[in-house]
Design a protein around this ligand. Structure first.
Ligand code: PRX
Length: 708
């Protein structure tokens, strides 16, 4: 690994590793293909391969009108794609529409009584709630009136939500969208401090939260996060005027914390004023932002990915129809939390725009036992099941026989968020789907709004361990470090980029267009003055290999992102949480392979002179991470070491630390200024309990970058 940042590193913050090196291979070999079940293809929304002619490069960008036409527009668009200010693409320019109208109102005439959502509380003793489109319409309107008339929100204002998985979350999103406010949902499992950072960055003066919810059999006092959120936002210069608090059980509070007079308001006390109120959906420009979704990247500061109204909604609707094969009569369950992009695109907006029924589950899919998901699916008649490899791995390990004992019957199953091992894929296909469900492995990102690669299930054969070819209208290319295309079928890995814009791509990073340009486009841009989209490939930051048949195997991130159970964490964010503990001199976060979660963070810290005992500081580092980011980021180990392995220029060699964590050869340490430290760190690591099988040397070389 090079010590000197390459030009590419400087410009795009990407890895200085050479992903095209033959030593960097996928974690598994390419598999053979399996045809999708005939019963599936016979009824699929897309069966005719001419779709790829309709979405060919020659027909780009007009091909995407096919998706836009799935929506109701108040004013039709004039220009399909405006490329005048690359890479700030403007889709369906001139058109106006409202997302709330498209997900709710337009379905009332035909399916007002059909459930839009089915809410499954974690506690099995609590009744399942069926929320018909008509009821959803009423609740969205009433809350929209409250947001407008009580909270004073107007079109273009940002509003932060810190909500768990209950119907109040989609209701809040659709209410905000109705009045044109830009919603920023922060994952409910994130800490108050993490929420506060996002409140400040988005400039929200209203926070919507909930008193509590159930998770893993415990009642979480979620309102307890509010003080830290407001304080942290205020320390960054953003005042929060109003905190609106949903009650998980109206009439029975789940928080022990007092509400602050004048600032905090229980929605159950206010909503009666808006009973029966109707709020006209605000006609929004296609290019107006619909929401911000914060995600981790190469720096310590989360990026607010700004998604548009028209392009985004068209793209998630089109892909939900063509790739998830969603139809209005389906009972569709995606286990993703709405606090992440998968939940926005494929729990809320895509399924509701189609007029389907989307299942919302409050808790942990393996609670109280590993059959819970199969029981829910059987009872509700779920026929499309969408989940993460982490959950599949866990259920396969803990109760491999269980799916066969239950009557779940899926037509299609989808995975998202991480690569899925072929043997795990096979178990999913054989045992969970009973060989009767088509499986799609969908590869995409927070930034991309919707799917980039996946098989189109009515057309393509499935290949375990490969995401598949590009979805219609997406034209990927794998580039080497110098931007030269790598030939398909060559067996070489490279950086997967998308050559063309598409309607779901984020518009910018909120408040930081420069970083947007640098992060995603500068690296391989052929001419920064060009207004031809062909000069502006989108850099995904993932490594990939393309088989001779065009299928892509995604190898993982080439930057400092650690994916823990599909959640995206930035190494820099973890490190800055460590450095908040005053006794910590230096910190490094590295990925440790985990049999179930894919990866978990391992932390290395060195202390300032005169620091208290190591165990005490390590415990404080752990609490600081949980407090500043959330429990999802809790490290497996916090190792206190005498010094970090460093290069002559003072960079911490994360690669060496990751090798020690994962029990593999640390490789060449001759470039270190302090090679003797490696043996002493190895001793510290050897003393800790280890459950992990470790990461292979190849995967390590690919994933881990040294700090600057
Ligand atoms: O590395 C890829 C991995 O998840 C990253 C995006 O994470 P996030 O923005 O949190 O979005 C997750 C949900 C779309 C990608 O850069 N990733 C996502 N899907 C897959 C995947 N890796 C392999 N296979 C997938 N299907």
């Amino acid at each position: 690994m090079s010590e000197v940042p390459t030009r590419a590193t400087n410009r795009a913050g990407a890895s200085p590793t050479d992903p095209s090196s033959p030593s960097i291979d996928a974690r598994w070999k390419e598999e053979g293909t399996i045809p999708p079940p005939a019963r599936f293809t016979a009824q699929a929304n897309v069966r005719n391969p001419t779709i790829f002619e309709r979405f060919s490069e020659e027909r780009f960008p007009a091909c995407f009108e096919e998706y836009a036409r799935l929506l109701d527009w108040s004013t039709p668009w004039k220009t399909v794609l405006d490329t005048s200010h690359p890479p700030f693409w403007r889709w369906f320019e001139g058109g106006t529409l409202n997302a709330s109208h498209n997900c709710v109102d337009r379905h009332l005439a035909e399916r007002g009584d059909q459930p839009a959502m089915i809410f499954v509380p974690e506690d099995e003793a609590e009744a399942v709630q069926y929320i018909a489109y008509r009821e959803l319409h009423q609740r969205v309107n009433e809350f929209a009136a409250l947001l407008r008339d009580f909270a004073g929100l107007r079109r273009g204002d940002r509003v932060t939500f810190h909500l768990p998985m209950t119907p109040e979350l989609p209701i809040s999103m659709l209410a905000a969208a109705r009045i044109g406010a830009v919603h920023c949902e922060v994952f409910g499992g994130f800490s108050g401090a993490a929420c506060g950072t996002r409140i400040a960055d988005s400039g929200s003066r209203v926070l919507v939260t909930m008193d509590g919810y159930s998770r893993n059999g415990r009642t979480i006092d979620h309102f307890a996060n509010v003080e830290a959120a407001v304080r942290s936002a205020e320390s960054m210069g953003q005042r929060v005027d109003k905190v609106l608090v949903w009650s998980r059980h109206p009439g029975r509070s789940l928080t022990t914390h007092p509400l602050k007079d004048g600032r905090d308001h229980r929605i159950e006390d206010l909503i009666g004023r808006y009973a029966g109120k109707r709020v006209d959906p605000e006609p929004m420009a296609s290019t107006d932002p619909l929401f911000l979704m914060y995600t981790s990247g190469t720096t310590g500061k989360p990026k607010g990915c700004q998604h548009s109204t028209g392009g985004y909604l068209a793209y998630v609707t089109g892909t939900a129809k063509y790739v998830l094969d969603l139809k209005p009569e389906d009972i569709y369950w995606c286990t993703a939390d709405i606090g992440w992009i998968t939940g926005h695109s494929y729990v809320v907006y895509g399924p509701l725009a189609i007029g389907g029924t989307t299942v919302l589950y409050e808790g942990v899919p393996s609670y109280p036992d590993p059959s819970r998901s199969w029981r829910i699916s059987e009872r509700l008649g779920v026929n499309i099941f969408h989940t993460s490899p982490t959950l599949i791995r866990q259920l396969r390990k803990t109760a491999p026989e269980e799916p066969h004992r239950h009557g779940q019957k899926f037509r299609l199953m989808a995975t998202v968020g991480e690569p899925i091992e072929p043997e795990v894929w096979r178990w999913f296909y054989d045992e969970v789907g009973k060989g009767e469900a088509a499986v799609v492995d969908t590869w995409w990102q927070t930034e991309t709004g919707g799917f980039l690669c996946s098989t189109v299930p009515g057309i393509h054969p499935m290949k375990p361990g490969s995401a598949g070819p590009a979805v219609p209208g997406i034209f990927p290319v794998i580039l080497d470090e110098d931007g030269r295309p790598i030939e398909r079928g060559s067996g070489h890995a490279g950086i997967i980029c998308i050559r063309n814009p598409w309607p779901g791509i984020m518009q910018t990073i909120w408040g930081d267009p420069h970083r947007f340009l640098e992060q995603y486009y500068s690296r391989f841009c052929r001419d920064e003055k060009s207004t031809d989209w062909r000069d502006w490939p989108y850099v995904t930051g993932d490594g990939a290999i393309q088989g001779a048949d065009g299928y892509f195997r995604i190898l993982g991130r080439l930057d400092d992102v650690i994916k823990v159970a599909g959640h995206r964490l930035g190494a820099k964010e973890l490190e800055s949480a460590c450095l908040k503990v005053p006794e910590v001199a230096e910190a490094a976060a590295v990925p440790l392979a985990d049999e179930l979660k894919g990866r978990v963070p391992d932390i290395y810290i060195s202390l300032k002179p005169g620091a208290p005992p190591a165990a005490e500081v390590a415990a404080r580092v752990r609490s600081s991470i949980v407090e500043l980011i959330g429990k999802v980021a809790a490290p497996q180990h916090v190792y206190v070491v005498d010094d970090m392995p460093k290069t002559r220029s003072g960079k911490i060699m994360r690669r060496v630390l990751a090798a020690l964590s994962n029990g593999v050869d640390a490789g060449d340490t001759t470039t270190l200024v302090n090679p003797e430290i490696v043996a002493s760190i190895r001793k510290v690591v050897a003393q800790a309990p280890r459950a992990s099988p470790g990461l292979s040397a190849e995967a390590l070389h690919k994933e881990v970058r040294d700090t600057e």
